[in-house]
Design a protein. Structure first.
Length: 341
């Protein structure tokens, strides 16, 4: 996002530098306490101190969970179009992606059931979903948990965009079955723009998931960076007023994007995301081929190519709306010029 750091986060980082504190993370109890408070206030989610484990980022956490839970060649259900690096994470541990594409933005629970019955051992749940920005409904999450329990599968819930959702229900809160089948991964990195500082959290509240997390390598748990931990602690503890202001600004930009597209690119399909700052644009009617982002790039607008997101991505492009409104206006005008060229 094109934003300044939240003042509490900047102050925490500045203080660490001023005291020359740039070593290993050490005691992360204050970070865990800050997250527990945030989860309780924001989502009415009661998280125990022993439920939370640290790691460097959601990708590392996902990779090590799958490495511990699966054998090479085991299948993992993905719900494309999906954040492109996930497939690389699976390849790292020798897992096989089993694509069950979304149906009009919703989980294809019948498809997930069939994939698990055919032998897939885990489900990667992107919640809120990237790139569509959809927040999965409680009914869908409960049904997914029941499927996972029936088939003995693990649900890895990537909830990194959760703090960016005005309304959000964490997977582990929907039922005891969800807690028995899933591990949630979250971070301050997306909501407070801290991705480069390397700090994420794994939350496990069921017996099996907690045992699995307990088997993660020592290096995974202590891979969190000190500055990342300090920044995340400040964000979760003192950063909510800044976050609320950010969400208001993002909402205004997403509200602006719809009319801009209607004026300059009426052929483009746009469903306003329920969370985050990423817009999934259906450009198939523009006649720009499978990768419309290539044409937009030639006009000076860098979007993420839809085909990178797997099945369902051809003809789409992902736009980052977390910028100044004037930049958003100029981007859409340039995209329209690219269409006309």
């Amino acid at each position: 996002m094109d934003v300044d750091l939240a003042p509490p986060v900047a102050a925490a980082l500045r203080a660490a530098v001023e005291r020359s504190d740039t070593g290993y993370a050490g005691d992360v109890a204050p970070l865990v306490a800050a997250f527990r408070g945030f989860a309780a206030r924001r989502w009415e989610w009661e998280v125990g101190a022993g439920d939370v484990t640290t790691c460097a980022d959601v990708g590392v956490g996902t990779t090590e969970l799958l490495r511990a839970a699966l054998a090479p060649g085991d299948g993992v259900v993905l719900m494309p179009p999906l954040y492109p690096p996930v497939r690389g994470w699976l390849a790292t541990v020798g897992a096989v992606p089993v694509d069950v594409p979304l149906l009009e933005g919703r989980m294809d629970l019948g498809g997930v059931d069939r994939a698990l019955a055919d032998g897939a051992r885990a489900v990667f749940l992107c919640h809120p979903h990237n790139p569509t920005g959809r927040v999965h409904g409680t009914d869908e999450l409960q049904a997914l948990a029941e499927l996972a329990l029936r088939h003995g599968a693990l649900v890895v819930a990537d909830e990194i965009h959760g703090p960016l959702a005005p309304r959000f229900t964490p997977y582990l809160t929907v039922s005891g079955t969800a807690r028995a089948t899933g591990v949630a991964l979250t971070s301050a990195s997306k909501a407070w723009n801290l991705a480069g500082l390397k700090c994420a959290l794994l939350v496990a509240q069921g017996e099996g998931p907690r045992e699995l997390v307990g088997r993660l390598p020592h290096e995974t748990v202590w891979g969190v960076g000190l500055l990342g931990a300090l920044a995340a602690e400040a964000a979760f503890r003192d950063g909510e007023p800044w976050l609320d202001g950010l969400l208001a600004g993002l909402a205004a930009n997403l509200d602006l994007l719809g009319p801009l597209l209607a004026e300059h690119l009426p052929e483009v399909g746009y469903a306003r995301p329920e969370a985050g700052y990423l817009a999934w644009l259906d450009c198939r009617r523009l006649g720009l081929g499978d990768d419309p982002a290539a044409a937009f790039l030639a006009a000076g607008v860098a979007l993420v190519p839809g085909p990178d997101f797997g099945p369902g991505g051809a003809g789409f492009a992902r736009l980052n709306a977390a910028c100044h409104p004037d930049l958003l206006r100029e981007a859409v005008r340039r995209m329209a010029a690219a269409r006309a060229a």
